[in-house]
Design a protein around this ligand. Structure first.
Ligand code: TRP
Length: 455
């Protein structure tokens, strides 16, 4: 399929862009909150299993679908299985991208505010309680976050619009390793805190009594969210890969980087949560309270805080551009509108969603079924749409994609052995779909129902 589609220029560009999409607020903000809300070590263990057994094969599948079809998330399925309805997976992905951006931009806006607060030295001298109140006051005020959200969405749009992704990639190749080193620094400092042991125990000692079906679903959802899986994001990126890219190796590298960043963030955060007595109520906002509390105590904390929140912002932007790119690629290629028009209209819709979800935190209004709009967007996308998308993607590659073509595509740039291919096929045909299905059924209470019925 010869096309003149744009491609990533180098091997490092492929990793930088894909890891840039994966590493973001999901690792540093969402992962620690999910760990805290789902009982600690047991969640981490299940998260790792989901990533290895389900996330990895699905990531490879998205790459293969994208590179083989050289098309956007929906057209890709049309090209590989013409005349069949599989393209709806792509449409589900487009919907998921809108919903995710609807709350991701809110947290992105928080990161802008906190970068600013770091610059004006606003954390200095504040007690943990004050930091906590600070954050609550800010995130629940109705208008203050909106301007930052606007900036975040506008900047994301600008990058996608001006096609300066290459520029961003070039910088993120340098900046992301710095973020990594900074996180390492924070971890080392955290380990010297008085209750570091307690924090680590919470994080790494699985308490199996804490495992419930909703913990398992949360871990699965977090794994998809963090790896940018289940909505065609990596299909879109895969379509920009060239034939020399080693797909399995790229997947492994991205997964290792993404997992390391999430674990490092948690190791930085949990010792301080216990040592500074940050309360449970801070759950979803942990990172924005516990990290400033650490910076306050560290030597050179001012500079570290400025650097950290700036880099967090860069990480968030490289993720949000990947989300916006999915929708833009689909709209421009399907409806033949200009990139400019498409990006502006899509970003406006995203901004409106984000305003609504921010306001839902502010007023306690905009709740449906007793849930805040923000939480609905987050929960529905990560716990339903992404795993469902992943389920279909696994079934599609395992059972619909012609295995010979699949092998040939995977083999390009990788010299994949047939044995490894068989192992991959086994995961994608059986383990991943059954795994996701069981988690869904478990959550729906099917097993308890069967149990009670058998008794
Ligand atoms: N993975 C990113 C993060 O951890 C968020 C993200 C970017 C994403 N693209 C995605 C999540 C596609 C799901 C699907 O912050």
């Amino acid at each position: 399929m010869a096309t003149n589609r744009a491609h990533f220029a180098s091997k490092l560009g492929v990793i930088a862009a894909t890891a840039g999409s994966a590493v973001g607020l999901g690792n540093i903000w969402r992962f620690p909150s999910e760990v805290a809300g789902n009982g600690g070590g047991a969640f981490v263990l299940i998260y790792l299993c989901c990533t290895l057994l389900i996330g990895a094969p699905i990531m490879i599948s998205e790459f293969v679908i994208g590179r083989h079809s050289e098309a956007n998330a929906s057209t890709a399925f049309r090209k590989i299985a013409p005349g069949k309805p599989w393209w709806f997976i792509g449409l589900m992905g487009i919907l998921a991208a809108f919903l995710i951006m609807g709350f991701y931009s809110v947290v992105g806006g928080w990161a802008v505010e906190y970068a600013w607060q770091a610059v004006i030295n606003a954390f200095d001298g504040k007690s943990t309680i004050e930091l906590q109140q600070n954050f609550e006051l800010f995130s629940t005020s109705s208008y203050r976050p909106l301007i930052w959200i606007f900036l975040f969405v506008a900047f994301t749009a600008l990058v996608v619009l001006a096609g300066i992704k290459e520029g961003i990639e070039k910088y993120s190749k340098i900046l992301m390793p710095i973020l990594f080193v900074l996180l390492l620094f924070l971890c080392i400092y955290s380990l010297t805190l008085p209750k570091a042991g307690e924090g680590l125990r919470f994080l790494f000692m699985p308490d199996f009594s804490k495992i419930t079906s909703s913990v398992i679903l949360s871990a699965l959802g977090q794994s998809f969210f963090s790896l940018s899986l289940g909505m065609g994001c990596l299909i879109t990126y895969g379509s920009y890969f060239n034939k020399k890219t080693n797909l399995p190796k790229t997947a492994v590298q991205v997964i290792i980087i993404d997992t390391l960043v999430a674990v490092l963030a948690a190791v930085a955060i949990f010792p301080s949560v216990f040592s500074f007595g940050i309360t449970d109520a801070a759950g979803p906002t942990l990172a924005f309270i516990s990290l400033p509390a650490i910076f306050n105590q560290m030597f050179g904390g001012y500079f570290l805080a400025v650097a950290f929140f700036f880099l967090l912002l860069v990480a968030a932007i490289t993720s949000s551009i990947s989300l916006l790119e999915v929708i833009t690629a689909y709209v421009t290629e399907t409806y033949k509108v200009s990139r400019r028009k498409a990006t502006i209209v899509i970003s406006l819709v995203i901004f409106i969603l984000a305003v609504l979800s921010s306001l839902s935190l502010a007023k306690g209004e905009l709740t449906f079924f007793g849930m805040k709009f923000f939480d609905i967007l987050d929960g529905f996308s990560s716990k339903i749409l992404l795993p469902l998308g992943g389920l279909f993607i696994a079934i599609f590659t395992g059972w619909v994609f012609n295995p010979t073509h699949l092998f040939q595509e995977l083999e390009k740039g990788s010299q994949l052995s047939f044995a490894l291919f068989r192992a991959y096929l086994f995961l994608v045909r059986y383990i991943a779909p059954l795994g996701i299905l069981l988690v869904f059924l478990h959550q729906l209470g099917l097993f308890t129902w069967i149990e009670s019925w058998v008794k």
